[in-house]
Write a protein that binds this ligand. Structure first.
Ligand SMILES: Cc1cc2nc3c(=O)[nH]c(=O)nc-3n(C[C@H](O)[C@H](O)[C@H](O)COP(=O)(O)O)c2cc1C
Length: 408
């Protein structure tokens, strides 16, 4: 079979065929009835384009910057944890991102140490969860800084919801011989995935090496998750504290409301990602793209506004940028590529996005990605949601036909 694939949907089909059922299920993720995960993709299908038929156009330029990093296109790798998808895991993803000139986000729950990932891609952002005491959080930040991370992604949207109507995958505590035998029926049914691991001489790593504290061993995924569950949720003073401790840019990931975005600016973040954790957090949260335009209006002149959730093609990137995002982060799209064909599969996904962005720019007769504006996109009435608009912020530049979904 030709290892090249032409769409992200095809990469997902190949990932499904290739991965053991539980690994594929862990990537599908989502929560509860899957309302949010579904809306993240559906919302992009509700948006259209308003193309031009002629006009001046030469070589298209997709380059931009995010938090001081030069990117060849407005796409970053979103941090995702537990990648038993491929033996090279996050290092393969980081290499692919570097080869295509984009930045890497590395999860706290990643399977590879940050030092190896920064070596593969110097434009790496470390993602931090509020997990453990402040001393432990500081140690993890200091390690990321020493390794050369160019920024911090602070992810705070999580609600520890563990049920899914379609069933949750069984993830073993650790992979020893006994567990391997227990999982044998599904892994043996996926010989190509198994062969990749056999060739690498390793077994899937279920530890979280970036959660290590002091000289201790890397905790197992469930140990780290348990520590996270046992930590009280942070408040805005804690966000301010993280920004003060980290000598560099902090991106707050998971913002959906205007009041939170304004507080984030006040706490000192340099960027937000409008996001609902790819539909893995509080089910019923609307698609991130619906909240983007109002948030971009509210804080886009003070900090960088990014988006993640549901991006599967270049035209999705263009829609998000036209509606006010400086760039997008992608999650499942690159995981499908990694599962389908390792580093080359992630590069394949990035090339698909680049090609899609280029053809949308051509259709819209826009030379630079930064030339896009809202007139390029057809937005149906009621699409944009103004969540959590404080009474006094009503005049913060909001306009147009917007639905007050949850006024503060
Ligand atoms: C399997 C999986 C694991 C994830 N793990 C993390 C994580 O460790 N940290 C984090 O900030 N976000 C995590 N996310 C969320 C992604 O960073 C991102 O917000 C989401 O995948 C975007 O949606 P998309 O998959 O539709 O692109 C995870 C998402 C998936 C699918």
């Amino acid at each position: 079979m030709n290892p090249w694939f032409e769409t992200v949907a095809e990469a997902q089909r190949r990932a499904k065929k290739r991965l053991p059922k539980s690994v594929y299920g862990a990537l599908i993720a989502g929560s509860e009835r899957g309302q949010t995960i579904e809306d993240n993709q559906k919302a992009f299908t509700e948006l259209g384009f308003a193309p031009h038929v002629a006009g001046p156009i030469g070589e298209r330029d997709q380059s931009t910057t995010v938090l001081g990093q030069q990117l060849s296109m407005p796409v970053l790798i979103s941090p995702t944890g537990v990648q038993a998808v491929h033996p090279d895991g996050e290092v393969a993803v980081a290499r692919a991102a570097a080869a295509r000139g984009i930045a890497m986000g590395l999860s706290s729950f990643a399977s590879k140490p940050i030092e190896e990932v920064v070596a593969a891609n110097p434009a790496t952002f470390f993602q931090l969860y509020w997990c453990g005491g402040k001393d432990e959080i500081l140690q993890r930040m200091a390690r990321a800084k020493a390794a050369g991370a160019v920024g911090l992604i602070l992810t705070l949207d999580w609600s520890f919801s563990h049920g899914r109507d379609w069933g949750s995958p069984v993830i073993p505590e650790k992979l020893d011989l006994r567990t391997m035998l227990k999982f044998a029926p599904q892994t043996l049914a996926r010989p190509r995935w198994l062969a990749t691991y056999v060739r690498s001489g390793r077994i899937p790593d279920l530890t979280a090496p970036n959660m290590t504290v002091g000289d201790g061993p890397a905790p197992g995924f469930f140990g780290a998750y348990g520590e996270w569950m046992g930590t009280s949720a942070p408040d805005w003073a804690d966000v301010r504290w993280v920004c003060a401790q980290w000598d560099g840019p902090v991106l707050l990931k998971g913002v959906m409301r205007v009041d939170d975005a304004l507080r984030a600016v006040d706490a000192g973040v340099a960027a937000i990602s409008v996001s609902n954790h790819g539909g893995n957090n509080l089910d019923g949260t609307p698609a991130a793209i619906r909240a983007l335009p109002v948030l971009a209006d509210a804080v886009g002149s003070q900090i960088e506004v990014l988006l993640d959730g549901g991006v599967r093609r270049g035209s999705d990137v263009v829609k998000a940028v036209a509606l006010g995002a400086r760039a997008v982060l992608i999650g499942r799209a690159y995981l499908w590529g990694l599962a389908a064909n390792g580093q080359a599969g992630v590069e394949n996904v990035l090339d698909i996005l680049r090609g899609g962005i280029d053809s949308a720019l051509l259709g819209l007769r826009k030379t630079r990605i930064t030339d896009l504006d809202r007139s390029d996109v057809v937005v149906p009435a009621g699409f944009e949601l103004a969540l959590g608009v404080p009474e006094t912020a009503g005049a913060a530049g909001h306009s147009g036909d917007r639905t007050e979904a949850a006024p503060a």
